[in-house]
Design a binder for this molecule. Structure first.
Ligand SMILES: [Zn+2]
Length: 209
């Protein structure tokens, strides 16, 4: 199981799913918000057909996160995992200016006016990835595979890790950190949002203190 990758957004480009990002790119400032990996997000990946980017992708806070209740995979336990991933980002950013990057998570069958829509499924549903985020214009759609490629349940702590990681993409970190301590790395053992994750997001939103 160690070889699977968290959704790699760089593979999304061929499907044209990220063409609608219109936010202004804000370059990292030298010496500010350290540590961060913002500059890496602005450097093209080897082999990627899409340039990484770092930009404020969502525009109102608290974000309205809707976990869709449709389908056979929804249950209250999975919802609580996604909610805890939301709360982790809110908590990690709460001490910054303008109230941080807050996420308000509810479950519903009605995704109207959502900023982020979450849907549970299998790896097949998420294009072979554990999690997959696509930009839909007014909202981001996150698919979370609760069943792995062997159709076995994914462990709760791993689901939370993937959910936190995908939220990072939905918020505007369109790339991956090379540091395994960051939730936006591809390291499957990372279980928390790092200072560098927070700083990188804050650079995008210019919310650093
Ligand atoms: Zn990713």
């Amino acid at each position: 199981m160690g070889t699977r990758r968290i959704a790699n957004w760089t593979k999304v480009g061929g499907m044209g799913l990220i063409a609608v990002m219109a936010a202004t790119l804000i370059a990292a400032q030298d010496g500010a918000y350290e540590p961060n990996y913002a500059k890496i997000m602005l450097t093209p990946y080897k082999g990627s057909n899409v340039a990484p980017r770092l930009a404020a992708a969502r525009h109102r806070f608290p974000l309205k996160v809707i976990v869709l209740e449709d389908g056979v995979y929804f249950n209250a336990h999975y919802f609580e995992i996604v909610k805890s991933a939301c709360d982790a980002w809110t908590k990690a950013t709460k001490n910054v200016a303008q109230g941080g990057v807050t996420l308000a998570c509810t479950s519903s069958n009605d995704p109207k006016n959502a900023d982020v829509i979450f849907r549970f499924g299998t790896m097949r549903d998420s294009f072979g990835f554990d999690g997959f985020t696509s930009e839909q214009g007014s909202f981001a759609l996150i698919r979370l595979a609760v069943r792995d490629d062997g159709n076995l349940p994914v462990a709760p702590d791993r689901l939370k890790r993937i959910a936190m990681h995908e939220f990072g993409h939905a918020l505007g970190i369109w790339g991956h950190s090379p540091n395994p301590n960051d939730i936006m790395s591809l390291d499957e053992d990372t279980r928390s949002i790092s200072t560098a994750d927070v700083n990188t997001l804050l650079i995008a939103y210019s919310k650093a203190p």
